[in-house]
Ligand binder design. Sequence first.
Ligand code: API
Length: 284
Amino acid sequence: MTLIGFKKYHGLGNDFIIIDGRFSLLPSSIVSAEKHLVISLCKRHYGIGCDGIILILPPVAGGDFRMKIFNSDGSEPEMCGNGIRCLIRYILDDSEDDFVDSFIVETLAGKIQINIEEGNIKVDMGSPIFAPEKIPTTLPINERGIPQGRITILDQDFLVSACSMGNPHAIIEVPTIKNIPLYEWGQKLETHPVFPKYTNVHFVQVKSRSEIEILIWERGCGPTLACGTGACACLAVLAKLGKCNDLILVKLPGGELEINWPKMKGSIFMIGDAKYVYSGSFNI
Ligand SMILES: N[C@H](CCC[C@H](N)C(=O)O)C(=O)O
């Protein structure tokens, strides 16, 4: 039996188990994240309970470290905004030298630059991707350069826009996010054939040009309280549709995030923090 230590963190209630493999070799069942192990650890009530598992590993491409992330269904997404904020908060809590104020984290979506500004974690989330083949989606490009089309689910007609922040997102604008049947609609949209690698799903209410409110169904997780990449994808699509400014407040079930896409060019920036919950260990 091997005892594995972990620390649990959350970003606006989107919670993760963090396992630090920077200085000691983790068992292969952890690094390869055997599906049954991930699923059992993530299970609320029957397991530790979290939206995902984050491994911190030594860098392989010149960054400060590498992040591997696993959804609670055992799938491995390309990127996770709240997860990276939790990882950085863990690193800051764990290190003596508090004058380090920037990091580069290697992910499947590429290198992610993080800066610490006035105690806040500012993540350069990269540029939104609208090329259908890179999302990927089979939705056609509309006149504003956004993959968009109508999808019918359970006799309900949806106008779906798509965007990638390294991971795929489907954005559906609704008059109000109240009374959305998230479980009925979320899973069917997540696995719809127009998204060959499945997708995260966000129902978005535009409250003003500087504030939106979203309801989240995450790929590989289901409903979560916050989704960093999703908040960025919603800004990207709505700003490109001319429905919001390039700097907005995103209201999520777990809290609020300030998201900025300066002049709608280049990277989107997400500013926020993450919170330590508790430390624990498990045997494998
Ligand atoms: N479930 C997502 C990954 C986690 C994204 C979310 N937790 C975030 O903060 O960006 C996916 O499969 O793409």
